[in-house]
Design a protein around this ligand. Structure first.
Ligand code: ATP
Length: 302
């Protein structure tokens, strides 16, 4: 009988692998337009992370040979810190995330995680180390538990419950008549934007990644839900290195450091207050966004 089931097990595994791939692809959808195949170096070792620092060291990159996008970009994200990348549209923010995930290799320079060039380690280990909290999450027409467990092959129910607690969605789930077995999607429960976002956060947390990449995690939510989610994100960011790609500055003001990109270059770097005092691009973006949202704050107010 086991002989008979082995091929089915295999099929199940292949199916799960493909679906996991699809989730990662969907999660990266906002980040990648045309994935280019990069290959593991022969007998590449796995990335080993003790202190999850990220270093971009003089990185030059263009999607096409005749159009350079990043021009010698250098910055460091210290292990355990929260860093945000901001800048006008087209500045190269998402490109940084795509390179970090190694959808492309830079033409010059190096990207290091905990001192290891990401070009020299397996992609599997690299991608296992980085949890993406995407802008729009894709949920399957399956149970909530299944949707969260998908973050990592072999996740147990205990892992799923812990991740749901950390993502502050466990109480909500436990109140449902069928709890974690509740079906979501077309056939079942309709989740609000905020609830979907929390399920996506839980799915990411089940991986227990040392590095978190927030891609505009809260852009589609009303401001109260956004504040709630931000609180959750702040607590899950503890003990991890986080890189946020942000459009709305209000969500990243309390970052340890803000990197301001413009036309493929790092033009400013500092805390919110330091950058306001600098009174250049960041201060200008802040003033514009504050005016749009009807709040006024200047460096001297804070
Ligand atoms: P936004 O805030 O609008 O999301 P961004 O700062 O994230 O912008 P990127 O998405 O990194 O900007 O894009 C930087 C530049 O690279 C843009 O000029 C864009 O047109 C170009 N670009 C992005 N993806 C590709 C691609 N797959 N092929 C060619 N050029 C691309």
């Amino acid at each position: 009988l086991t002989q008979l089931f082995r091929p089915l097990d295999m099929l199940g595994m292949v199916y799960r692998t493909i679906r996991q791939g699809l989730i990662d692809m969907a999660a990266m959808f906002a980040l990648m337009d045309q994935p280019v195949e990069v290959a593991d170096a022969p007998s590449a070792p796995a990335l080993i992370i003790r202190r999850p620092s990220i270093v971009f060291d003089n990185v030059w990159f263009g999607y096409e040979p005749d159009r350079e996008i990043l021009h010698g970009l250098s910055f460091e994200v210290e292990a355990g810190s929260r860093v945000a990348i901001v800048g006008p549209s087209g500045a190269g923010k998402s490109t940084i995330a795509r390179l970090l995930f190694r959808f492309y290799d830079p033409q010059g320079g190096q990207i290091l995680i905990d001192g290891q060039d990401i070009k020299g380690v397996t992609q599997k280990s690299l991608r296992a180390a980085i949890g993406i909290v995407p802008q729009d999450s894709v949920l399957f027409n399956e149970s909530i538990g299944y949707n969260i467990a998908y973050g990592r092959d072999g996740a147990t129910m205990l892992d799923v419950e812990a991740a749901a607690r950390d993502a502050a969605i466990a109480d909500f789930i436990n109140r449902l008549p069928q709890g974690f077995d509740t079906e979501v999607g077309e056939r079942g429960l309709k989740l609000s934007g905020g609830e979907k976002q929390r399920v996506a956060i839980a799915r990411t947390l089940v991986k227990n990644p040392p590095i978190l990449l927030f891609d505009e995690a809260t852009s589609a939510l009303d401001s109260r839900t956004e504040q709630d989610i931000l609180r959750t994100l702040r607590s899950v960011a503890r003990d991890r290195t986080t890189l946020s790609i942000a459009h709305r500055l209000s969500t990243i003001v309390d970052s340890d450091r803000i990197l301001v990109m413009d036309q493929g270059k790092l033009v400013e770097s500092g805390s919110h207050l330091q950058l306001l005092k600098l009174d250049r691009l960041y201060a200008e973006m802040w003033a514009r966004q504050a005016a749009e949202s009807g709040t006024v704050e200047t460096a001297s107010d804070s």
